[in-house]
Design a protein around this ligand. Structure first.
Ligand code: A2P
Length: 336
C-alpha cells in the first residue's frame, strides 16, 4: 500500500520541489501531510488536482506517517527527526544535521546507494555541491582512482532558500530601475555581483562552512576518507542551478576521450561538451533538469604529468542537489 508521506518545510524552495518530484515520478503517495512553521499554517499548496492544507509542525505531527522528508534546516531536523523516527517514520533529511553521523548513511543513489542498507531510521541527503560534484567524480573514480580535487563553485540563490531567490529577483529589478535596494536575506548586494559563500568562516583554516561541508561529504560519499580537496565556494546571481569548475588528479593519466565515455555511460549524467559550438554546461540549461551536465573535459595544463583533467559541471540545486536526490533515496528505500 502507498505510504503516508510528510514533508517538513513544505512551503520552502526544496519542499515545493519535493512535491513536484513525487508527482512527476508517479510516486505512490497514500496521503500527504504538509508541515511548516506557524506562519504558513492554514495555507494550501497544490498536489496533483488537489489543494493540500499546510499544518504547523508539532511533536504530534508524525502519527501514522510512514516517510518524513525534512527540509526546514538543521535545527528543525535535530529536534523533530528523532520524534518522527520514534513515531515509526523513515526520515530522509535534507539538512546538514546528521550527514557526518556514522550510523546515518549519506547517499547519492547512483554513487553509494548500497550504503542505504545500514540506516537506522534516518538517511541524510547530501549538501548540494557534494551531490552534484560526486555525480561527476564517481564514474571517473571507479575507473581511475582520484588522488586530488580542486573545485571552484558558482552557486545559485536557491541554496539559500526561497527568500534568497526572491531577493535576487527584487534586487535585480531594483538595480535595472536604478532604485536603492537593501539586502535582507543575503549579506551582500546580489544583483550583477558575486560574493564568497555566505556560510560562516572557520577562523583557523579560512575555509567557509559550505566549503568544509562539501569537501567532507564528498570524501564520505566517494568513500575516500583521505582525499585532498581544495575548494572555493562562491554565490553567483543565478536562480537555481549550481556550477562547479573541477580539476581532478588521477593515479594514472586519463584522456578526455576516456573520461567522456565514462561520463556518457553514467546514469544521471549528461555530457555537454561541444567544442566546435563552444557549448558547455550552463545553469540555464541545467535548471529544471534531472541530469547533471558535465563538459569542458580537457587535460589540465596546470599538471604537466598529464594525470589531471579539468571539467565544468552544472546541476539543478533544487533537483539533484536536493529534492530529486531525496526522492531517489526514497525509491531505493522502498524498493521501487
Ligand atoms: P515557513 O514557510 O512557514 O517559514 P527555505 O529553505 O526555502 O527558506 O524554506 C524553509 C522551510 O522551512 C519553509 O517551509 C519554512 O516554513 C520551514 N520552517 C522554517 N522554520 C520553521 C519552524 N520553526 N517550524 C517548521 N517549519 C519551519
Amino acid at each position: 500500500i502507498a505510504p503516508m508521506i510528510a514533508i517538513v518545510g513544505a512551503t520552502g524552495a526544496v519542499g515545493v520541489e519535493l512535491m513536484r518530484c513525487l508527482e512527476k515520478r508517479g510516486f505512490p503517495v497514500g496521503a500527504l501531510r504538509l508541515l511548516a512553521s506557524a506562519r504558513s499554517a492554514g495555507s494550501t499548496l497544490p498536489y496533483g488536482a488537489d489543494q493540500v492544507q499546510v499544518d504547523e509542525l508539532r511533536d504530534d505531527s508524525f502519527a501514522g506517517v510512514d516517510v518524513a522528508l525534512f527540509s526546514a534546516g538543521a535545527t528543525i531536523s535535530r529536534r523533530y527527526a528523532p520524534i518522527a523516527v520514534a513515531a515509526g517514520a523513515m526520515v530522509v533529511d535534507n539538512s546538514s544535521a546528521f550527514r557526518m553521523q556514522a550510523d546515518v548513511p549519506l547517499v547519492v543513489p547512483e554513487v553509494n546507494g548500497a550504503t542505504l542498507a545500514g540506516h537506522n531510521g534516518i538517511v541524510a541527503n547530501p549538501n548540494c555541491v557534494a551531490a552534484i560534484m560526486t555525480m561527476a567524480l564517481a564514474p571517473l573514480h571507479r575507473a581511475a582512482p582520484i588522488r586530488r580535487v580542486f573545485a571552484a563553485t558558482y552557486q545559485s540563490a536557491s541554496g539559500a532558500g526561497a527568500a534568497a531567490m526572491e531577493e535576487l529577483r527584487q534586487a535585480t529589478a531594483a538595480h535595472l530601475e536604478d532604485r536603492p535596494f537593501e539586502a535582507k536575506v543575503l549579506p551582500h548586494p546580489y544583483a550583477f555581483n558575486l560574493f564568497s559563500h555566505n556560510a560562516d568562516i572557520d577562523g583557523e583554516s579560512g575555509y567557509n562552512g559550505e566549503e568544509l561541508k562539501a569537501a567532507a561529504e564528498t570524501r564520505r560519499i566517494l568513500d575516500t576518507p583521505d582525499l585532498p580537496i581544495g575548494i572555493t565556494c562562491v554565490r553567483v546571481p543565478v536562480l537555481r542551478a549550481h556550477s562547479i569548475a573541477l580539476s581532478v588528479e588521477f593515479g594514472r593519466p586519463v584522456s578526455p576521450d576516456e573520461a567522456r565515455d565514462l561520463l556518457a555511460a553514467a546514469p544521471g549524467v549528461r555530457v555537454v561538451d561541444d567544442r566546435a559550438a563552444n557549448h558547455f554546461p550552463m545553469p540555464s540549461e541545467a535548471s529544471g533538469v534531472d541530469d547533471v551536465l558535465v563538459g569542458r573535459i580537457r587535460t589540465d595544463l596546470g599538471d604537466p604529468s598529464g594525470h589531471t583533467l579539468a571539467l565544468f559541471v552544472s546541476g539543478d540545486q533544487l533537483l539533484k542537489g536536493a529534492a530529486l536526490n531525496a526522492v531517489q533515496i526514497l525509491e531505493r528505500l522502498l524498493g521501487r
